[in-house]
Design a protein around this ligand. Sequence first.
Ligand SMILES: Cc1cc2nc3c(=O)[nH]c(=O)nc-3n(C[C@H](O)[C@H](O)[C@H](O)COP(=O)(O)O)c2cc1C
Length: 185
Amino acid sequence: MLKIGIIIGSTRQGRNGEAVAQWINDFAKNRNDEAEYELVDLAEYNLPLLGAALPEAAQQDAGTAIKAWSEKMASFDGYIFVPAEYNHAVNGALKNAIDYLNPELNNKAAGFVAYGSLGGSRAIENLRLILGELQVADVRTAVTFSLMTDFENMSVFKPADYHADNANQMLDQLLSWSKALKTIR
Ligand SMILES: Cc1cc2nc3c(=O)[nH]c(=O)nc-3n(C[C@H](O)[C@H](O)[C@H](O)COP(=O)(O)O)c2cc1C
C-alpha cells in the first residue's frame, strides 16, 4: 500500500491552507485507491529556522521537532504539497521545513494543490524548482484554486466542481510515479 502525505504548508494563524488540504484529503480518500493518505500539519511541528541559535531551554524541543518532521516525511512514498503563495513564491515556513530534508524525499513523487489570486501557480512553479534539487519527481497536473472564485470573501472555501477532473488526474499521475519510484529505492 502506497503512503501519501498531504502537507499543509501554511502555518499562518487563520490560514486558508487547512481547508484546501482537508478537501484534497477527503477527495483522495473517497477514490478508494490502493493508497493511504495522511494529513501532515506543518504548524504542529513548530520547527525553528534552520540553523538558528536557540536558548538552551528550547534546544531539546527543537531537536525533537526536527526528528519528528524528518521521520514523518521519510515514512511516505509520495506527497501532495499544499503551499501558500507569498510574494510569488512558496511560503517561507514550508521552504524552511523542506530545507531540513534531503534523503527523506529522494526518488519519491509529488503533486500540488495550491490557492491564490492566480491559483497559487507561482508557488507551485517555485516548489518544482526546489524539489528538483531533492530528486523529487513532480507530476504535471496540479489543482489550483482561485481566491476570487473558489472562496467566499477570500476566506471561506467553496471550490467549484470542475477542479475534480484535475484532482483525479493529479492523483493518478502521483500514484503511478510513487509506485514506480518505490522500485528504485
Ligand atoms: C506575505 C503574503 C504575501 C502574499 N503574496 C501573494 C502573492 O504573491 N500572490 C498571491 O496570489 N497571493 C498572495 N498572498 C495572498 C495569499 O495567497 C492568501 O492570503 C492565502 O490565503 C495565503 O495562504 P494561507 O491563508 O494558507 O496562509 C500573500 C499573502 C501574504 C500573507
